[in-house]
Ligand binder design. Structure first.
Ligand code: ADP
Length: 426
């Protein structure tokens, strides 16, 4: 640090100047006047230097005027800060170019949008995937350029916790997977990926399951038909064949239920992305369901508690399926105690909940219950007629209705399965 010696030297210069002026003043007969003239000259010199410095600060082009002493020190420090800031700016600019280069070379489309929804930057892939051209479209509103209704709805809703998948509406169009993240002061970074290949594979898998299920249903119907006919012929059923025939009948019944569930799941999946417009009167749906199930399970007590009239935009058949799967599970996995069905509002969101005081589920199983064929106790589930697909069906129906499935369970105490419909009608 050379500021301390400079300040000391400056102080000495001042003392020297004052002494010189005093001596000169005394030699002319007025020492005080000599000091005042000296100080005036010094202030004038400082004023001139300060003016030069201010001019340079206003337009910092070229080198500043040479200044000595403390002022020179200040100028040196400003120059040093300026050099540091220029170096930092250069570093920042090259980092920005590097970042833009890396985003630009991506096969995924990336677009940066500011807080006013105006396009700030886009890479090359955004041209063919989303029709956004950079720099021609800079400053345009994103919604004016991308005319994909699911995208606009997703972008404007502002909930980007899950990516959006936009299936192709016509053959030859790509399937898009879109992710949005926020940064800065309300800016958004949009990534869109061509996921046509995985969409195609998934569709092939779905078609395969659906076709196999269809194909198996015909021979199964024949087997079931013959078994039942033979069972009905009293002369044959009385013999040793009775037991195996009953087992064939039971197993073919189980297989048929499984095929029906598999076909239903494939159907729900195939129309998952389609928007739903029908308004479902959940109250009357639940009243009907409660009465039907109570008639079938006479020995059990199914209670219904309704505290909201809210409707849901969706598919009535699917909602009926989801609700009945949850209620039947509650009946199957509890031996006694009432089953409580509730339709209520929580923080403005309508919720359907089913509670039982049955076997419950240990915490480590809960996150896996909605996987296909996942059962906590396989033999018990098979014994009571489960296919292992019920909760997978519920989960898919929840997704296609933008509902959230929550499972709250305690082993040997009971469970509550609930569906919260985030986008329901008032
Ligand atoms: P399943 O046809 O076997 O009932 P589900 O997909 O409907 O298949 O359920 C998956 C598993 O979740 C069941 O095997 C069971 O272990 C558990 N489960 C579902 N509902 C309940 C419930 N209400 N209480 C306890 N366990 C349940």
């Amino acid at each position: 640090m050379r500021s301390k010696p400079t300040v000391i030297a400056e102080a000495w210069r001042l003392v020297l100047l004052a002494l010189t002026c005093l001596v000169l003043g005394l030699s002319l007969g007025n020492g005080q006047a000599g000091i005042i003239v000296g100080l005036l000259l010094l202030s004038g010199w400082w004023g001139y230097q300060l003016k030069q410095l201010l001019q340079w600060l206003e337009q910092p082009m070229g080198k500043p005027a040479k200044a000595g002493g403390v002022l020179g020190l200040i100028v040196d420090r400003i120059c040093q800060l300026q050099r540091q800031s220029e170096a930092a700016q250069l570093q920042l600019a090259s980092a920005l170019v590097y970042l833009q280069d890396s985003l630009g070379s991506m096969r995924d489309a990336s677009i940066i949008v500011d807080a006013q929804d105006q396009i700030a930057w886009a890479n090359k892939s955004a041209e063919h995937l989303l029709g956004v051209h950079h720099p021609q479209d800079r400053g345009q509103r994103l919604q004016d350029l991308i005319h994909l209704p699911p995208f606009t709805a997703y972008y404007e809703a502002g909930d980007y916790s899950c990516p959006l998948r936009i299936p192709p509406s016509t053959d030859g169009e790509p399937c898009l997977q879109v992710e949005i993240s926020r940064f800065g002061m309300g800016d958004r970074l949009i990534f869109a990926r061509d996921s046509t290949e995985s969409y195609r594979l998934e569709q092939m898998r779905r078609d395969f399951v659906s076709n196999v299920s269809h194909e198996l249903r015909t021979p199964l119907t024949v087997i079931k038909g013959y078994t039942q006919t033979i069972l009905e012929l009293g002369s044959l059923t009385g013999g040793p064949l009775q037991q195996p025939l009953r087992q064939i009948d039971e197993q073919s019944q189980r297989m048929e239920t499984l095929l029906i569930d598999l076909l239903w799941l494939a159907q729900i999946e195939s129309i998952e992305g389609q928007g739903k417009t029908a308004v479902v009167d959940v109250v009357s749906l639940l009243v009907d369901l409660q009465s039907t199930l109570q008639t079938a399970w006479t020995q059990r007590d199914i209670q219904l508690e309704i505290s909201t009239e809210r409707t849901v935009v969706g598919d009535e058949v699917q909602l009926h399926s989801a609700f009945s799967n949850l209620i039947i599970n509650a009946l199957k996995y509890s031996v006694s105690g009432p089953i409580l069905l509730r339709w209520y509002e929580l923080n403005g969101i309508p919720v359907f909940a089913v509670s039982d005081s049955g076997v419950g589920v240990a915490p480590h199983h809960i996150s896996r219950l909605t996987e296909r064929f996942y059962r906590v106790d396989k033999s018990r589930s098979q014994r009571i007629g489960g296919t292992g697909l019920g909760l997978a069906i519920v989960k898919h129906i929840a997704v296609s209705h933008q509902a959230e499935l929550a499972i709250d369970s305690q082993l040997d105490v009971g469970s509550t399965f609930s569906l919260a419909f985030r986008q329901s009608k008032q």
